[in-house]
Ligand binder design. Structure first.
Ligand code: 7GP
Length: 831
C-alpha cells in the first residue's frame, strides 16, 4: 500500500525507478559487482559462463524495475486484463532478446567486448527455456512478446516444469532422449515468489447442505492438497517500458514431511508425500499434436488452472467491483483445450464459493473465456475418462454433467427429435467408460472459438465442429491467422539482414510496424542492394555450415542450395516424403554422366526435429534419414552435388541459426492437416523461398507474396477424403517413381531393409493415409522448378527480397491486435 509507506522510502524508490544511465561504464560496474557478489567469484576467474551470468543479472536488474513499474501502473489504472493460459511457453533464450528489446545491446555489447569476451560466446552459454513441444508453445512465446510490445495489460499463466522437452541425441542414426536439466544452474530469468502460493486440492468428496435461502449448496472436500508456488518470468516489450509477466506454477508439498511417520522412524514414507507433490510439475509431456491420457497430465492441467484462476479472481476481488463486472475486467484465452477445466473451475468458484446463482455465474463464465483450436487431427483431441475426472475432481465432474444437461436441453428445444444431434454435440461421449470431450466443453463455455489460419478456421466449421455451427450459427467461430514476432525472428536471429533493412529503410520502424517492409519492394531490382542481400544470405549460410560441421561432422558447401525441413517429426508433416524424394534425386544423379552433373544445382538437404519418444514410426523416419545421409554423403561418384544432414536437438536457439540460412524450406503436410504452421512465416520473412502444399498459412503466404515467389504443389484439402477412400476400397497403384524408391530401400541399399518395413508398410498396408503417393509426382515436378529457378541467381535474389518485403501480415503484432479487438475487447495501457 503506497499511501502508508514512509515518504523517505517512496522518494528513494522513485529515484531508483528513474532509468539509470545504461552506458558502458555503468554496465561494467554492475558486471563486476555481480561477479563478485551474486556469483561470489573472484575477478581473476571469469569464464564465459560467469560472464553470461553477470551480464544476465545486470539485465535482470533492469527488467525487474520495468516489471515493477508496469505492474504498479496497471494496478492504478485497473484496465481490462488479458490472461493467456498455455500449458507450453517455448521461450528459448532470453539474454539477447532482453538486450535488444530494452535497447541495451550496443552499450552492453561494447562493455562485454572491452572486458575481453566475445558477445556471441557469452550469449551461447545460455540454455534454452524449452517448456514446449513445437508450434503451440512457440506461438505462445511470440504472443507474449507482442502483448508486451503493444502495451497490453496481459499475463501468461503456465507451469514451471523441472524438465522441459527432452534433449535429442543420435546413436547409430536413432534418436535417443536425454533429460533437459535446464534448472541445474541458476535461472536469472525468473523471480521466485515463494510468498505467492495457492493450495490446490484433489480427490475427496462433495457434501451438500441447504443454505438460509433454501438453496442446495455444494462443498468439495479434497483429500490431497498440493501447494502451487509462483515463479514470475518478466517479458520486456520492444520499444516500450512495458514489461509483462508470465507466471509459472511449481508444485510443492503442503507440508515438508509427515512428522508422525518421521518420529516413528519411517523416513522414506515420511517424505513420500513430498515427492508425489513435486511430481506434478516435474516434466513436460513430450507429445506434439497427440493426446496421451495419463492421470498425471490431468493433474497438471487442473493444478495449473486452479492456481491461475485463484490468482485472477484474487486480483479482481481486490478492486471491489461486483461480479457482474468480471467479464469487463477479465478476458481469458484458452490455448487449445489443455486449460478447459478453467471454465468449470470458474463456475465452481462463482456458484459454490461466492454463492452466485447458476445462470448468473454461467453468463459470467461464457463472457470471460475464448478458445483457440490448433489442430483437427483426431489423435490430438483431448478426452478424459469420466471415472478419472470423477475420482480426481468430483465436484467438477458434477458441474460438467450439469453444464451438459442445460446445454443439451437448449439444443433439444431448437432441434426437437434430432437425437443424433444431441449425441454428436454432447460434452460426454457415450462409450464404456464415458469420456469428457474437452473441445466440446471449451466451445460451450466460451464466447468465441478461433482457428489459426483461414483454411483451418473454415475446416473446423465444416468438419470437427460442424454440428456446433448448426446450433450456435457460424458467428461464434472465427479466424485469427497466426503470426510471429519480428523481434526474435529477424532482428535477433538475423542481425545482418535486420541492419541492412534498417539502413535502406532509414529507421527501425519496421520492428514495430512490419508492413513497412513493403518499402523494400522498390529495391528488388537495385543492383547494389541485391549484392548486399546476397552477401548477408551467404554469411548466414556459412554460419550454418560451421554449425553443421561442429555438430554432425558433415562438411557442406555454402554455395549449394540449402533446402531445409525443420519441425517436429510427424507422419502428417511428411518428412518421409522428403527423404523418399532425396533417394529419387540421388538415383537420378547416379545415372548421369559427370558432364550432365556439371549442370545440376548442388543441394544440401537439411532435416531437424524431435519425434515423441513413443512415436515408433516417426523415430524410424529419423533413422531412415540418417541411413540415407550416410550412403549419400560418402558417395564420391556424385561430385558433391548432394549432401544430406540431420541436425540433432532442434530447438529455438538452433532455429535461430538455421532459418536465416535457408534458400528453400519445405512445408509439405497433407492438405488440411497443418492448422497453420509458423516456421513457414519465419523462413519467408528471412528471405527464404518455400516449397509447400496448399495447406495452413502457406495459402495466405502465397496470397501475399504472389505466384512467382513460392512453389506450391499437391492435392487440395477438399480432395483428401476422396483419395483416402480410393486407397481404402480400390486398388490404387503406387506412383512409379515412388515404387522405384521403395524398391531401392528394400534392396538393402540403405542398410538392413527389414528395419524400414514398418515405414514402407504405412504406404501399402496402411493405405497411405497421408497421401504420399498421390502427391509424389507433383512434388518432384515442383522440386525441378526449384532447381531451374535457382539457376537464375539474380532472379532468385529478386524473389527473396520480395518475400521479405511482403510478409508484413504475419507479424504476431497483427494477430494480437485482432484478438484484442475482436475477441478480448481489451485496450493497451502504457506505463
Ligand atoms: C500446432 C499446429 O500443428 C500448427 O500448425 C500451428 O501453427 C501451431 O499449433 C500454432 O497454432 N499445434 C500444436 O502444436 C499442437 O500440439 C495440439 O496442437 C494441441
Amino acid at each position: 500500500d503506497q499511501a502508508s509507506l514512509d515518504p523517505k522510502i517512496v522518494s528513494l524508490w522513485e529515484k531508483c525507478a528513474v532509468n539509470e544511465n545504461n552506458d558502458k561504464e555503468n554496465f561494467q560496474r554492475s558486471f563486476v559487482r555481480h561477479v563478485t557478489t551474486t556469483l561470489a567469484r573472484s575477478v581473476y576467474n571469469i569464464d564465459n559462463f560467469s560472464a553470461y551470468q553477470a551480464t544476465a543479472h545486470t539485465v535482470r536488474d533492469q527488467l525487474i524495475k520495468q516489471w515493477n513499474e508496469t505492474q504498479q501502473s496497471h494496478t492504478e489504472a485497473d484496465p481490462k486484463r488479458v490472461y493467456y493460459l498455455s500449458l507450453e511457453f517455448l521461450l528459448g533464450r532470453s539474454l539477447d532478446n532482453a538486450l535488444l528489446n530494452l535497447g541495451l545491446k550496443e552499450n552492453f555489447g561494447e562493455g562485454v567486448k572491452d572486458l575481453g569476451f566475445r558477445m556471441e560466446d557469452v550469449l551461447d552459454e545460455e540454455v534454452d527455456a524449452a517448456l514446449g513441444n513445437g508450434g503451440l508453445g512457440r506461438l505462445a512465446a511470440c504472443y507474449m512478446d507482442s502483448l508486451a510490445s503493444l502495451d497490453y495489460p496481459a499475463w501468461g499463466y503456465g507451469l514451471r516444469y523441472t524438465y522441459g522437452i527432452f534433449q535429442q541425441r543420435l546413436n547409430d542414426g536413432y534418436q535417443v532422449e536425454f533429460p533437459d536439466y535446464w534448472l541445474n544452474f541458476d535461472n536469472p530469468w525468473e523471480l521466485p515468489r515463494l510468498d505467492v502460493t495457492v493450495d490446490v486440492q484433489f480427490g475427496g468428496s462433495v457434501n451438500k447442505y441447504t443454505d438460509e435461502d433454501g438453496r442446495v449448496r455444494h462443498v468439495w472436500e479434497g483429500n490431497d492438497v498440493i501447494k502451487a508456488v509462483a515463479y514470475d518470468v518478466p517479458i520486456p516489450g520492444y520499444g516500450t517500458k512495458n514489461c509483462i509477466n508470465i507466471r509459472l506454477w511449481s508444485s510443492k508439498p503442503k507440508r515438508q514431511f509427515d512428522l508422525g511417520r518421521f518420529n516413528a522412524g519411517e523416513y522414506e514414507q515420511a517424505v513420500q508425500e513430498q515427492m508425489q507433490a513435486e511430481n506434478i510439475t516435474a516434466v513436460l509431456y513430450p507429445n506434439d499434436n497427440h493426446m496421451v491420457g495419463k492421470e498425471l497430465r490431468l493433474k497438471q492441467q487442473y493444478f495449473w488452472v486452479a492456481a491461475s484462476l485463484h490468482d485472477i479472481v484474487r486480483r479482481f476481488i481486490k478492486t471491489g467491483k461486483p461480479w457482474s463486472k468480471f467479464p469487463d475486467q477479465v478476458a481469458i484465452q484458452l490455448n487449445d483445450t489443455h486449460p478447459t477445466l478453467a471454465i468449470v473451475e470458474l463456475q465452481r468458484i462463482l456458484v459454490d464459493l461466492e454463492g452466485l446463482k447458476w445462470d448468473e455465474a454461467w453468463d459470467i463464465v461464457t463472457r470471460t473465456f475464448a478458445f483457440t483450436n490448433h489442430t483437427i487431427l483426431p489423435e490430438a483431441m483431448e478426452k478424459w475418462p469420466v471415472p478419472m475426472v470423477a475420482y480426481l475432481l468430483p465436484r467438477h465432474m458434477q458441474i460438467i454433467f450439469d453444464v451438459n444437461l442445460f446445454f443439451l436441453q437448449k439444443v433439444e428445444k431448437l432441434f426437437p427429435d434430432d437425437r443424433d444431434l444431441l449425441a454428436k454435440l454432447s460434452i460426454i461421449e457415450e462409450a464404456t467408460p464415458q469420456f469428457v470431450r474437452m473441445a466440446h466443453l471449451a466451445i460451450v463455455g466460451s464466447h468465441q472459438v478461433n482457428g489459426v489460419a483461414e483454411l483451418h478456421s473454415n475446416l473446423i466449421k465444416t468438419t470437427i465442429f460442424k454440428d456446433f455451427v448448426k446450433f450456435y450459427g457460424s458467428e461464434k467461430f472465427t479466424n485469427v491467422t497466426n503470426g510471429i514476432t519480428p523481434r526474435r525472428w529477424l532482428h535477433q536471429a538475423n542481425p545482418k539482414l535486420g541492419d541492412l533493412i534498417t539502413e535502406v529503410l532509414g529507421s527501425k520502424n519496421w520492428l514495430k510496424d512490419l508492413s513497412s517492409l513493403n518499402q523494400l519492394e522498390k529495391f528488388a531490382d537495385d543492383k547494389e542492394f541485391k549484392k548486399q542481400w546476397v552477401t548477408v544470405k551467404r554469411s548466414n549460410k556459412v554460419r550454418l555450415a560451421e554449425y553443421i560441421k561442429t555438430h554432425t561432422g558433415v562438411v557442406v558447401n555454402p554455395n549449394a542450395l540449402f533446402d531445409i525441413q525443420v519441425k517436429r517429426i510427424h507422419e502428417y508433416k511428411r518428412q518421409f516424403m522428403n527423404i523418399l524424394s532425396v533417394i529419387h534425386r540421388y538415383n537420378s544423379l547416379k545415372k548421369m554422366s559427370s558432364e550432365e552433373r556439371c549442370d545440376v544445382v548442388k543441394r544440401v538437404i537439411i532435416f531437424g526435429g524431435k519425434a515423441a519418444p513413443g512415436y515408433y514410426i516417426a523415430k524410424l523416419v529419423i533413422k531412415l534419414i540418417n541411413s540415407v545421409a550416410e550412403v549419400v554423403n560418402k558417395d564420391e561418384s556424385i561430385d558433391d552435388t548432394l549432401k544430406v544432414v540431420f541436425i540433432p536437438d532442434y530447438n529455438v536457439s538452433v532455429a535461430e541459426i538455421i532459418i536465416p540460412a535457408s534458400d528453400i524450406s519445405q512445408h509439405i503436410s497433407t492438405a488440411g492437416t497443418e492448422a497453420s504452421g509458423t516456421s513457414n512465416m519465419k523462413f519467408v520473412l528471412n528471405g527464404g523461398l518455400i516449397l509447400g502444399t496448399v495447406d495452413g498459412a502457406n495459402i495466405e503466404i502465397h496470397e501475399e507474396i504472389g505466384d512467382d515467389n513460392i512453389f506450391m504443389f499437391g492435392n487440395l484439402a477438399d480432395q483428401v477424403e476422396d483419395l483416402r477412400h480410393a486407397h481404402r476400397y480400390r486398388n490404387v497403384p503406387i506412383d512409379p517413381a515412388l515404387q522405384e524408391v521403395i524398391n531401392d530401400i528394400e534392396s538393402g541399399h540403405f542398410g538392413d531393409s527389414r528395419i524400414f518395413s514398418p515405414l514402407i508398410n504405412t504406404l501399402t498396408i496402411g493405405k497411405d493415409y497421408y497421401l504420399i503417393s498421390d502427391d509424389f509426382g507433383s512434388y518432384l515436378s515442383a522440386q525441378n522448378l526449384v532447381d531451374e529457378a535457382y539457376k537464375n541467381q539474380d532472379d532468385w535474389t529478386r524473389k527473396s527480397i520480395l518475400c521479405t518485403a511482403r510478409m508484413g501480415k504475419f507479424s504476431s503484432d497483427r494477430a494480437i491486435k485482432e484478438y484484442a479487438n475482436r475477441i478480448w475487447n481489451a485496450k493497451p495501457c502504457s506505463t
